[in-house]
Ligand binder design. Structure first.
Ligand code: FAD
Length: 440
């Protein structure tokens, strides 16, 4: 008789979850666990928390959906709060668990913690697989990752993307393990009372994610994605799959399978290819994150070159609050703070502004995004920031967006700025003017 514990992390779903399926095949009894780690709610080195209110709400919704699905099959999702390894070790010991299954994250902190847990439980079998990538690590040769995205894209163009797999969990096998241990009994209430009631465009959960993907491909939006993806607003101008991918409500393979079906029915064009192209960027940053380790978070990044920025607290604060001398940047930051989302073009503009116009250390911007973004993903966030700051693997060496030009192109009538920053008087105060590095 083998007993297993499946520990959900950034894979809050049942379908196309290879680590979960492998664990299910290996055991007779199982317990499903999620740990809300205390550290997530504590400040980072940059004085922001790891998970802000909007993402916390999204996590809660994802857990509620997972819990409901498990309940329908006769299982329970046990939610704990505490230090992850302590919680897991207690559960494993008190319940005599033989196997621990989990998603193998690309995050450095998560990988370190998993290694520590493995060393603390040397007699236990661990089944850890990355559930959130298109390609397995054996499909991507390390030399492909030494270089730019173009090299990665060309080399992986012919690499097979495996079909997503169905869940093998049924209402008869394996049996739910009757377990011992203190859990967070009222986690739904607990998470509710700790999450924002503010407006969020997104609602988390696997079933919601599958519906969103289905409804996106039920329209013609994918056929013009390449032309619309840079717009600052509009729900179908880009796919809006990122929050679901970040929390693992859906896998990239499931999205690619849907994309292929769409191409089969409606024909492939530049735009449908470009959706795949963008998902490849995500793939690139994820594989890179494993390779880079702590370099992902270093000031001089992967390039080893220290950029000409430092830390100006007042400028940084004004940027965070959307109170700089740049109306477009302010509107974008206000959108981010209110909704947890910003378009890709918006992210590029505000990141470039922080690094180039305001000359602030890029890592503060990345940490603020980490707190605010509903779709925060360690590899995509820190990887993109490195690109903008010119410390990534970018042959162009950093990006500087002309804010006025961007405003002319993407907000020609000022509608976006008016929507998010109706009160122009807060853009800049008399005392701030001297602090700005350009004429206002
Ligand atoms: C400074 C900065 C920080 C970012 N932080 C994050 C982050 O924390 N999490 C995150 O998911 N994305 C991040 N991105 C990438 C990108 O902005 C978002 O993935 C995208 O805006 C999400 O909207 P969408 O799902 O509609 O994207 P679409 O345009 O529809 O793209 C489809 C999918 O491709 C992937 N993708 C698209 N662009 C990129 C990109 N540049 N890098 C990596 N993957 C990409 C995403 O998974 C996205 O869901 C960041 C970009 C910048 C410039």
């Amino acid at each position: 008789m083998k007993t297993a514990l499946y520990w959900f992390t950034e894979d809050l779903r049942l379908h196309d979850n290879v680590a979960l399926n492998s664990t299910l095949y290996a055991c007779d009894e199982i317990i499903f666990v999620y740990v809300l780690d205390e550290y997530l709610l504590k400040p980072t080195n940059y004085n922001h928390v790891h998970v802000g209110d909007i993402r916390l709400k999204f996590i809660k919704e994802s857990l509620a959906d997972l819990s409901d699905q498990l309940q329908q099959l006769g299982y329970e999702l046990q939610v704990f709060r505490g230090e992850t390894n302590t919680v897991l070790k207690n559960l494993v010991t008190t319940n005599d668990v033989d196997i621990i299954g989990c998603h193998h994250s690309v995050g450095l902190y998560e990988r370190r913690n998993l290694s520590i847990l493995q060393s603390q439980l040397p007699d236990k079998r661990f089944i850890c697989q990355n559930n959130n990538l298109l390609f397995g690590s054996k499909q991507v040769e390390p030399n492909v990752l030494n270089g730019s995205f173009s090299k990665f894209r060309k080399k992986t163009a012919q690499t097979a993307v495996y079909e997503p797999v169905e869940s093998v969990l049924t209402d008869t096998l394996p049996r739910p393990l009757s377990y011992e241990g203190e859990r967070l009994e009222h986690w739904r209430f607990y998470l509710e009372s700790n999450s924002s009631k503010g407006p969020s465009v997104f609602c988390g959960g696997e079933r919601k994610a599958l519906l969103e993907v289905e409804s996106y491909f039920n329209t013609d939006a994918a056929l013009s994605y390449k032309q619309t993806r840079n717009e600052l607003e509009g729900h179908t101008n880009s796919t809006k799959f990122s929050p679901y991918l970040a929390l693992g409500n859906i896998s990239p393979r499931e999205i690619v399978a849907n994309l292929k079906r769409f191409e089969h029915q409606h024909g492939a064009n530049d735009s449908t290819y470009w959706i795949f192209f963008e998902i490849l960027w995500r793939e690139f940053f994820h594989h890179k994150a494993i390779l880079k380790g702590s370099k992902l978070f270093e000031f001089s990044g992967e390039s080893g070159k220290r950029p000409l920025t430092t830390y100006y607290p007042q400028r940084f604060l004004s940027w965070c609050n959307g109170e700089t001398s740049y109306p477009l940047v302010n509107a974008l930051m206000k959108e981010l703070n209110a909704t947890g989302f910003m378009s890709n073009r918006g992210r590029q503009i505000v990141a470039s502004c922080l690094v180039n116009e305001l000359q602030v250390d890029w890592r503060y911007g990345a940490a603020f995004f980490q707190q605010q973004l509903v779709d925060y993903d360690v590899a995509s966030n820190w990887g993109n920031w490195q690109y903008i700051a010119g410390v990534g693997d970018d042959p162009k060496g950093g990006r500087h967006f002309n804010i006025n030009k961007q405003a002319e192109m993407y907000d020609p009538n000022g509608a976006f700025v008016r929507k998010w920053s109706p009160n122009k008087s807060v853009w800049i105060s008399e005392t701030d003017i001297a602090d700005w590095p350009q004429e206002v």
